[in-house]
Design a protein around this ligand. Structure first.
Ligand code: HEM
Length: 185
């Protein structure tokens, strides 16, 4: 891959201002995260299933929904623990999650509202548990980093595929996009 997942992680941390204080707060609340993970998964997949297109993707393979519940719970917990302190393992895992979604044909129009559902629901859970606004902000920031990985995977895979098929260089490809975007206005 042309993208270094670790470098991307560091850039996103800086751009989103995901701080050491956020990390400490998430770690301190990891047990609470675990305690609501299953409920979060239920809300998340009920939301996806309410959309005809996403529901079809969810049920396209035997056992998919069952697997997804488990992977969601794992993913949710990892936002609190940071796996390896939000290091290489975390970045590679997020990049891989991005690739899995690109392979299944899930794009920004699916992923952005899905992440908004997570942020909204976790906000409700925090409120009813009487937890701090700071924790909500920290969770919001790590959710946005995870979202950026899935979105960037989509862009990287699409552009790499076109360049491989056509033999275009990156600068030619970028020029074509700029021209194409200008024509679409
Ligand atoms: C907030 C956004 C999302 C998160 C955090 C998320 C999380 C995950 C994770 C952790 C995996 C497992 C990846 C792996 O196998 O390594 C996965 C797979 C998958 N996700 Fe998502 N997902 C999101 C959005 C969506 C959306 C919008 C759909 C649309 C239907 C979707 C459908 C799927 C499917 C079908 C798989 C593969 C399941 C399988 O057959 O193993 N996801 N997702």
């Amino acid at each position: 891959m042309s993208l270094s997942s670790q470098a991307f992680m560091q850039t996103m941390e800086a751009r989103i201002s995901f701080s050491d204080a956020d990390k400490a707060l998430l770690k301190a609340n990891a047990a609470w995260g675990n305690s609501i993970a299953l409920q979060m998964a239920e809300v998340f997949y009920a939301y996806l299933a309410s959309d005809p297109e996403m529901n079809q993707i969810l049920n396209a393979k035997e056992g998919r929904m069952h697997r997804l519940n488990e992977t969601f719970v794992e993913w949710f917990g990892e936002m609190f623990t940071g796996m390896d302190d939000w290091g290489i393992a975390y970045a590679e895992r997020r990049w891989r999650i991005g690739l899995v979604h690109v392979q299944i044909g899930i794009g920004p129009q699916h992923v952005v509202p899905a992440m908004a559902t997570v942020v909204h629901e976790v906000g409700k859970q925090l409120k009813s548990a009487g937890l701090s606004e700071d924790l909500r902000d920290a969770l919001g920031r790590i959710c946005m980093i995870d979202l950026a990985f899935i979105e960037q995977a989509y862009v990287e895979v699409s552009s790499q595929a076109v360049m491989r098929e056509t033999g275009w260089t990156e600068s030619l490809f970028k020029r074509m996009i700029t021209t194409g975007a200008a024509r679409m206005q």
